[in-house]
Structure formats: C-alpha cells, structure tokens
Design a protein around this ligand. Structure first.
Ligand SMILES: C[S@@+](CC[C@H](N)C(=O)[O-])C[C@H]1O[C@@H](n2cnc3c(N)ncnc32)[C@H](O)[C@@H]1O
Length: 211
C-alpha cells in the first residue's frame, strides 16, 4: 500500500480544498486556450478544480491511483460515472470529466497527447527522485506547443520532510527547461500570510509551454 492509499483510507487528505484554487481562476485565462481544449490533470485527487475547468468548456482528464478518491469525486458530484476497462486501469466518465484510475507513470489516456494540463500539488507530491520521470511522462502525454499551469511550494528542504516536497526555482529550471519554456506568473511569500514553523515558505505559479 502506498502512502497515498494509506492517507486516503485514514481520511488524512489535508491537501484537499473545498473551494476552487485561486491560482487556477486567477491565471488560467493567460494560457489563452480554446474552450474545447482537452486538459490533463495529473495526480488529481478529488479536486474541485476539475469542475471549474469543465465549466470553462474543457474536457477534463484526471489521473488518480486511489479508488476512494475517484469514487468520492463522483459521489460528491451526485453522478454515476460510466466505467470502462483499459489495460493500464479503469476510466470513469460523466459529462465532460474523465478520471483514470491508474498510475500516472503507466497511464495512456484515450485523448492523449494533450494541448493543456494543470498541476496543483502533483509534482510537489512526489519525492525528488521521481521528478525526472514525472516531467518525462508529462512531455510524452503532451503535444508540442501544449501549455500548462503549475502551482508549487518552496521552503528550506532541511526543515520539513514532504509531501509537499520543496521545489526551488533551480529545480523547476533543471527539470523543465529541456522540454518546456518557463514563465513565472505569481510568487507569494506565505510566511507573511501563515503562521508556519518554516523559516521561509513561498508559493509560485508557473506557466509552462512545451517546445
Ligand atoms: C497532494 S494530492 C493532490 C491532489 C489534487 N491535485 C488536489 O489539488 O487536491 C496528490 C494525489 O496524487 C495521488 N497520486 C500519488 N501518486 C500517484 C501516481 N503515481 N499516480 C496517480 N495518482 C497518484 C495521490 O493519491 C493523491 O490523491
């Protein structure tokens, strides 16, 4: 059982938000996407951000490997999804939201490659040793010119064991620069907003464009 299966089983899902993420509503329009664009949401949990994306007209494709998260997403939405079996897992669909119950590193969504993606608490949920693999899978699942919005955290690595794992600007450049153009859209010093034990803590929002 992964730490994530354990966390979902025990209801330790402090990362889940009951409102749409402001980083998404503030910045998504900067990607200048056609409403009909299909959007990939890696490591989606049961995020309500998927509803907001669907309300913009997008076809949303979440990927999540804990069944409880997928079930709760559709239950909370009062929808009974249509379920289809794929060789890497299962696909659950209702209206314009598909959720793949699958390991992100093995998934091959029907609509891939995508022109857009949204990462909130996805890359930073993974240990640093999996970052290269994540970025390469993202590259493989997206088209040249594809655009993504990514929300990250940074803090002194030695002060806390993730998740979320600290992702510095150097890390973002190191992993994304070979395949993506990087533009920072927001930097927020969380130290000023939250009572944290960390000596430094910030949130960044990046727009990424696949070469
Ligand atoms: C920190 S949570 C963030 C969820 C969501 N993005 C949000 O903003 O609420 C990370 C999620 O990724 C899922 N996850 C972790 N590793 C995964 C993998 N290899 N494949 C698919 N899902 C994964 C976990 O079960 C968890 O629900």
């Amino acid at each position: 059982m992964s730490i994530w299966h354990q966390r979902w089983a025990e209801g330790r899902i402090g990362f889940h938000r009951s409102l749409t993420n402001p980083a998404l509503t503030d910045h998504w329009s900067k990607l200048q996407l056609d409403p009909s664009t299909h959007v990939l949401v890696p490591l989606c949990g049961k995020s309500l951000d998927m509803h907001w994306l669907a309300q913009q007209g997008h076809i949303v494709n979440g990927v999540e490997f804990v069944e409880k998260a997928v079930t709760e997403f559709f239950d909370d939405w009062s929808r009974t999804p249509q379920k289809t079996v794929r060789k890497f897992g299962e696909k659950f669909s209702a209206e314009n939201i598909n959720m793949y119950l699958a390991d992100f590193f093995k998934v091959q969504p029907d609509d891939a490659p995508f022109s857009a993606w949204y990462d909130r608490a996805a890359l930073v949920a993974l240990p640093p040793s999996m970052r290269k693999q994540y970025v390469e899978q993202l590259r493989d699942l997206t088209l040249p010119g594809a655009k993504g919005l990514m929300v990250t955290f940074d803090y002194p690595k030695e002060e806390m064991k993730g998740p979320p794992f600290a992702l510095s600007d150097e890390d973002v450049e190191l992993f994304f620069e070979p395949f993506f153009d990087i533009e920072r859209l927001q930097f927020t010093d969380l130290k000023e907003e939250e009572d944290s034990e960390l000596s430094r803590c910030s949130l960044s929002v990046f727009m990424l464009k696949r070469h």
